[in-house]
Design a protein around this ligand. Structure first.
Ligand SMILES: [Mn+2]
Length: 288
């Protein structure tokens, strides 16, 4: 049985809604309900919570510092891990911490599965929601206010970042990513996800020592994953995502998986909750 270090981020400070901080608790219960003999992996849970007091920006800065200490440690130990958001602003902490833990941060690659581009800054974001900004900071293109929430002085090289499944974005964030020459694969360009994801992993494997995968659940079609903060039509089918992840099951270069934006208020019959568990098992479960 695999024991997988897991960090639950009980926060929804970066998004518009109030319940996505419950993902870790609900997932914990979901795994606990399963009979021990049927479990193919065991999550070893840690939690981080935001402070009750202070400005939102200060709370997020502290929270991302805390997240980054966990992922830095696991990176230094070369220990595969799982992070459960929270809204997607947790990516600032997760991948900032990984960069902090690497001797050669220039050799880190990230695959970002998301309906959105998440590359706004405070200057361009129509909503001001920080879950729409993590990639700007991770690329070193944040404004001062956003940079203050990012816990690292290392950044992802644009050529080591691949976005997959995008279908909703504003021109300013597209301009930022285009200027940096980041590789974007739009949802409409994807016929089947498995070969696309495998190609992305193969490409990054050539230039990177360590790869991370960040999944925003809204990359999946709302018919299969209604329980997200900001659903967008015409997404990837859940079955395609599970197939793709099982094909790269425990890939030796993939150090961490992050899953974000689960919103139980929008879920129906726990569809999205069950899917979150299936995603973890597809990638980290022992293949029989
Ligand atoms: Mn996102």
């Amino acid at each position: 049985m695999t024991l997988l270090p897991t960090l639950g981020v009980a926060s929804c400070l970066g998004g518009p809604m109030r319940t996505c901080g419950h993902a870790a608790d609900m997932l914990y219960d979901e795994f606990a309900r399963q009979a021990a003999e049927r479990q193919c992996l065991q999550l070893q849970w840690h939690r981080v919570y935001p402070d009750h007091h202070g400005l939102k920006e200060e709370k997020l800065a502290k929270l991302n510092q805390s997240i980054s200490r966990f992922t830095r440690y696991w990176t230094e130990q070369n220990q595969a891990f799982l992070v459960i958001g929270g809204d997607h602003s947790c990516a600032l902490g997760t991948w900032g911490g990984v960069l902090n833990g690497l001797q050669q941060p220039g050799k880190f690659g990230l695959i970002w599965l998301d309906a959105h581009m998440d590359a706004h800054t405070f200057a361009t974001s129509p909503s001001g929601n920080i879950h729409g900004m993590p990639l700007a900071a991770l690329l070193g293109r944040a404004d001062k206010k956003l940079a203050a929430m990012y816990p690292s002085s290392d950044f992802i090289k644009p050529e080591n970042l691949i976005l997959i499944g995008v279908r909703s974005y504003e021109p300013q964030e597209y301009a930022l990513l285009k200027q940096a020459a980041v590789n974007i694969i739009f949802a409409e360009q994807i016929d089947r996800l498995a070969p696309v994801l495998m190609k992305a992993v193969d490409k990054l494997s050539l230039s990177c020592q360590v790869i991370g995968i960040s999944i925003d659940l809204d990359v999946i079609d709302p018919a299969d994953a209604p329980g997200v903060e900001t659903p967008v039509q015409d997404g990837i089918k859940a079955i395609e995502l599970l197939e793709a992840l099982s094909l790269i099951n425990r890939h030796p270069k993939i150090l961490g998986l992050e899953i974000s934006e689960f919103n139980p208020e929008n879920d129906s019959e726990n569809k999205t909750l069950h899917l979150m568990k299936a995603i973890i098992e597809a990638f980290y479960g022992e293949t029989l």
